[in-house]
Design a protein. Structure first.
Length: 108
């Protein structure tokens, strides 16, 4: 399992970090590990562009949702403006991911 970060530490996971993890785990050349990581993200993106949901077991699922045009309001000026229709990506965490994230709060 992944190490739990102290909430005061703000470590961002990047493609380079993921590539390094794959490199250490599999022992393949670093450039091949970069291709593996990039291919994974490219496939996720391509699936979402096609409108297909992406489900990753024990992690969660991504889906593209259509947002309708609506009226919004500028909070500073209170002026109304039309917000154009658009597509939005939603992420739904799996039960296992939620359980893992909240596991440290169960002890308290």
């Amino acid at each position: 399992m992944a190490e739990k970060n102290n909430t005061s530490e703000k470590n961002t996971v990047t493609r380079a970090h993921l590539t390094e993890l794959v490199y250490r785990e599999l022992g393949l050349p670093y450039t091949e590990c970069a291709v593996i990581v990039n291919s994974l993200f490219e496939e996720i993106i391509a699936s979402l562009v096609r409108g297909e949901p992406v489900k990753i077991s024990s992690f969660g699922s991504f889906e593209v949702r259509d947002k309708k045009e609506r009226i919004g309001r500028n909070p500073k000026t209170k002026k109304e403006a039309v917000i154009a229709k658009r597509k939005a990506i939603s992420f739904y965490a799996s039960y296992n991911l939620k359980k893992e994230i909240n596991s440290d709060t169960e002890d308290k």
